[in-house]
Design a protein around this ligand. Sequence first.
Ligand SMILES: *[C@@H]1O[C@H](CO)[C@@H](O)[C@H](O)[C@H]1NC(C)=O
Ligand SMILES: *[C@@H]1O[C@H](CO)[C@@H](O)[C@H](O)[C@H]1NC(C)=O
Ligand SMILES: *[C@@H]1O[C@H](CO)[C@@H](O)[C@H](O)[C@H]1NC(C)=O
Ligand SMILES: *[C@@H]1O[C@H](CO)[C@@H](O)[C@H](O)[C@H]1NC(C)=O
Length: 962
Amino acid sequence: MATASIQSASLLLSVLIFVGSFLQTTKLCSCSDNHKVGNCHSIERLALLDFKKGVVDPSNRLSSWRQDEEDCCKWHGVGCNNATGYVEKLDLRNPFHLVSPFMGGISPTLAQLKHLSYLDLSRNSFDSIPNQFIGSIKELRYLDLSSNCFRGRIPQQLGNLSNLNHLGLSRTCFSVQELQFLSHLTSLEYLDLSGLDLSKTGESLQYINRLNSLSELHLSGCQLSSFPLFTNFTTTLSVLDLSINNFEGLIFKAFVNFTSLQSLNLSTNRIQVPIPKTIGQMTSLRTLRLGKNDLTGPIDVLANLTSLECLDLDTNHLEGPIPLSFGGFCKLKELYLSRNNISGEITKFVNAISSCLPNSLETLESSQTKLTGKLPYSIGNLRSLKNLYLYKNNMSGTIPKSLGQLSELEQLDLSLNSWDGEVTEDHFANLANLRALHLGFDFDDEKPPKPLVFNLSPNWVCPFTEIFYLDLTNSKLGPLFPSWLQNLRPFHLILEDVGISDTIPDWFTKIYPSLWVLDLSNNQISGKIPLELQHGQNSTIMEFLNLGSNLFTGTIPLNINETMPNLQDLSLSNNLIEGGIPSSICNLKQLKVVSLSSNNLSGELPHECWEDSKYLEAIDLTNNHLSGEVPVSIWSAPKLSLLSVSKNGFSGKLPPNLTSLSPLRVIDLGENHFSGNLPMWMGKRLPNLEILRLRSNSFSGFIPKHHCLLHSLRILDLAHNELSGIIPHCFGNFSGMATIDPTNPFSIISVMVLSYKLLAEVSVLITKGIELEYNGTLAFLKCIDLSNNTFFGEIPMEITRLSGLSILNLSMNHLTGSIPEKIGYMQRLEVLDLSRNQLSGSIPPSISALNSLNHLNLSNNNLSGRIPSGNQLQTLPDSSIYTGNPELCGAPLKDCANHPNIVGPNHEENKGGFTWLPFFISMAIGFVVGFWSVCGTLILKKSWRYAFFRFIDDMKDTILVF
Ligand SMILES: *[C@@H]1O[C@H](CO)[C@@H](O)[C@H](O)[C@H]1NC(C)=O
Ligand SMILES: *[C@@H]1O[C@H](CO)[C@@H](O)[C@H](O)[C@H]1NC(C)=O
Ligand SMILES: *[C@@H]1O[C@H](CO)[C@@H](O)[C@H](O)[C@H]1NC(C)=O
Ligand SMILES: *[C@@H]1O[C@H](CO)[C@@H](O)[C@H](O)[C@H]1NC(C)=O
């Protein structure tokens, strides 16, 4: 998700970046202005040209390195000494990932640059760097090779560069066994080995300790779990980054003597202790990042760290209130406390912070006798807090109005707490710099305990006109459509479930051109669906559009591919949209997910366009009035993993052939009028198929044996068709149903979450009209439903190998023979329905071992003998599940004593295997599950979680680089 955000941010930023790199170039070249053309040394010039030859340069960044440009000092990235003309600096850092990186190798002739002191090749895709070259550039003081992927071991020749001050090797893919080269780099002040696996360096890790002058050390993501206590640089080190490692609580002991540390990053480790007092004594700290650990206890140990500018304690188990003294953290710019158990109010903290006086004004205060009463806004303008994240805690009380005084505030997230009172205009009074307001919730979170209620006048003019990211999911904003949005041009706007029951005003489409993400889902917005843009207007950056679950009417515009050409995700499900699906939908070349379920769409699907849909991953057309055939070309969409057209009037046959493998994971054609045979290719061409739902159609013929090749299949629902023949013995080969894998839910769901940034909320429709929201457990559901067909022959005993199966429904067929002896092996069975067949023989005693069974139906067969008892069977006392078997006896039917054919007591009964606890638990579950007679209809409701909020942070850093 973050990647996607960043990618898209990159689009927006491209202009900035190009400006940035232009400035950079200009700056570099200015130092050579004093030189005449041709002043650069020809030997160095040739070396540079030779280097260029080895470089693959897709975006032509080295276009200024021309044969006919004599003065190489003017070339992009080259910096010469003012006086001598020698090249001293080569800066080929890729300014941003958007720009195509350099590729290829680094020519050893660069070694001709004898005076090179600064070499930056970072963020490219160079893949080799000659060792002899590294060993020879002895003047080098600054070397940055980060974010290139080199092969092989880290060159020990780096040890020759004894003048180095700065060494950046992060994410260079080198394998590192030995760090001895560091012992020669005695002047090193900056060292970054992030992303290199240092877990195999053993004792040689000690060489880092000996670097006497180190002031900045980055060892993020180095797979470290212990570190020799730092000693030699305790007084020089100012920045230490040990994030993303495996450190535990002991690591804190190492920092006792770090008297000059300004920035400490231990986030994303495995620290499970309270924050120790020693950290609270490191008063030089300006940045402290301990986020994403398992820290416990209160945070008031940090009360004396008044110099802090950034405090990140995000995602831990910290508790207690925000200490009062935090209000004295007047330099605080960023505070991240999200996802903890912080409680109490924020009033005092916000009040205190909002009355902080900026340093520059401290003297003013003391000289100007008194500043009393409310602080004027002009002073309010100087409050330094920029980012405040209190997301997902247990905070209560009201949000103080003084929040509106924090005029530097750029990112604010207070969601998922239990705030009282309302959010009013005062809360935003002075927040002109607000760039991101997040009061929504993430897909893995529950809904907020209390929605935040906004009370804003209809004429409010909102001060944060530069807002970029606005997510108010689940707060109470409506019922009117907020007119203050009118002046905003956000990039990311999510107003999901905010209680709007209004129409969309005309001005709204004016903000489309700035939008990348728009989500208005789960409101009661009526009127025409706002997709018709005015002439000449289009929305080229819009990629995610979700208008689902509203009351929109109207039709899908014919020119949607022109007005929103880059749409990737389009959800209009659960509305009142009519008309047909225009072929422009499949001309949306970037489309990945299209969800139009539960509307009044009619007509046929556009033909002949789907195979070009290169990126299409999911189509959900469930529950409309569509008819005609499903175009053959859909089956060849190269990335399609979900196809659901259930509950429509589609007809026709499945295509007889499919030549290439298809990535489909879910096929739901249920409740239509499809007919014909089940084609053989289904077994051969769908290696990833997990759900096959063909229920309630007119499919006929046999189940081809090839279907047994569907090893990932977890739900097979062929019920209510005209299928016939025997149930293949190879059904036992469905290995996806034979495993019990609670840790490995449907990969489709992870696919949905990960690649579409969506939440797949799966609802199960139950025949009796009861709809169950079923979120987690369905992910583990495994089911075979072949009911209401004309299958004959015996139930293959191999089916009992499917020990992960939860539901087996073979009712309403012509099955004969007996119930497989080993039915009790199917330990996960919750529903077993074999009713209305011609099964005979006795009920196997092993059935009483089915501890999860909640719904059993064996009625209307020719079963005979004694009904086994004990265990779970005791909880299913309803006699109707056995009726229609005249030869059957025992509880809950008539007593076997009166039954002449039965001899001997039932031993099971006397073993006392029955326990009460599971009984009560399963009563509850059983009530719900017992209603199931189907494997469920899958409705994929997409929620939009693109988003990572803090990506604005990343952007800011990127901008700052320039
Ligand atoms: C470059 O030369 C100018 C005068 O020619 C001088 O003022 C300046 O300091 C020099 N810069 C460097 C970096 O040597
Ligand atoms: C500290 O540096 C000195 C040399 O500068 C070295 O002899 C000593 O071993 C280093 N200490 C540690 C613990 O590495
Ligand atoms: C901190 O410094 C003291 C005194 O110099 C020393 O005895 C102690 O071992 C040091 N602790 C650590 C963890 O380096
Ligand atoms: C903060 O500093 C004061 C004065 O040095 C000290 O008494 C107090 O214990 C410190 N508080 C914490 C939490 O370390």
